[in-house]
Design a protein around this ligand. Structure first.
Ligand SMILES: Nc1ncnc2c1ncn2[C@@H]1O[C@H](COP(=O)(O)OP(=O)(O)O)[C@@H](O)[C@H]1O
Ligand SMILES: [Mg+2]
Length: 276
């Protein structure tokens, strides 16, 4: 397995995806360390003690906390219906929280709309309907940059560097692409806003193990540029291998939290959530 190698090699200072002109404020992840334990240094993005549900329905999240540090990869795993997608939506502002706060870079953004959160540096790739199937690949990328008024060409080229197949298929309708390629379009589109945090809900759903490995490699590459990754994954074992921090959610609550390595080594987590 290559997970530990990834975790021990997290020092690349290339920030070109977020920071083509070298004018950004990001600090790339500088040295290989374990993810900070809870209660340590303030994380870059945190959904803190979130409680809430859909509309006036029952609470789905119960005092749920999800966080990611700068340039790190945080992974949320757990059974179907545990509230993983709901937690992501809550962090992105698609849910009214009854309790709890969401903060980015120390700023309280709990009351901001999703669009305002994009302006704050967040990008979200939802689990479904995450591309425009009738638009071309390149049009999808252009749509991703809807908030920008500057030249987006450099960013498009960076996305093509990350996912070369998208350059070959840039004139094709995104709906004609394979599942893995569509996910690349979705991730690429999210990167077009030059986010500081990339949130991915099951980016490898429905793709083969080989394509999953490739996508994880690209996600690691993105994290190395200084972008934080907050990701839900059903491929729990593989995802925890690349995770600086892992969260196991059960029935809307935090069941287990630790570094990816810690969770992979935990007998209870292995037995209950990783198939032994
Ligand atoms: N739009 C919605 N309206 C009402 N309930 C929802 C909605 N989406 C999900 N739920 C409910 O919230 C719970 C958690 O779902 P979800 O967050 O999608 O779980 P997961 O992503 O972990 O599989 C489930 O009981 C589900 O039925
Ligand atoms: Mg889900």
């Amino acid at each position: 397995m290559s997970g530990s190698a990834y975790q021990d090699d997290r020092g690349n200072k290339d920030r070109s995806i977020t920071n083509p002109e070298g004018q950004g404020t990001l600090t790339a992840y500088g040295k290989a360390t374990e993810a900070k334990p809870a209660g340590g240094e303030a994380p870059f993005l945190i959904g803190d003690s979130m409680t809430g549900g859909y509309g006036s329905g029952a609470d789905i999240l119960h005092d749920c906390t999800i966080a990611v540090e700068e340039g790190q990869i945080a992974v949320i795993v757990g059974p179907n219906g545990a509230g993983k997608s709901t937690a992501m939506k809550a962090v992105f502002g698609m849910l009214n929280l009854r309790q709890g706060t969401v903060r980015i870079g120390g700023r309280d953004i709990t009351d901001l709309t999703p669009q305002a959160r994009v302006a704050e540096g967040m990008a979200f790739v939802p689990q479904t309907s995450n591309i425009f199937t009738s638009l071309t690949v390149e049009e999808n990328l252009e749509m991703g940059a809807f908030l920008r008024r500057d030249d987006i060409r450099t960013t498009i080229d960076q996305v093509y560097d990350l996912f070369p197949i998208l350059k070959d298929k840039r004139r094709q309708a995104a709906g004609e692409l394979s599942g893995g390629q569509r996910q690349q379009v979705a991730v690429g589109r999210a990167l077009m806003t030059q986010p500081q945090v990339l949130m991915l809900d099951e980016p490898t759903a429905g793709v083969s193990p080989i394509v999953m490995d490739e996508l994880f490699d690209r996600i690691i590459e993105v994290a190395r540029t200084g972008i934080s990754i907050l990701m839900v994954e059903q491929n729990a074992r593989q995802a925890l291998e690349i995770a600086d921090r892992g969260y196991v959610l059960v029935q809307g609550s935090n069941a287990y939290t630790g570094t990816g390595k810690e969770l992979l080594a935990d007998d209870e987590v292995r037995r209950s959530f990783l198939g032994g």
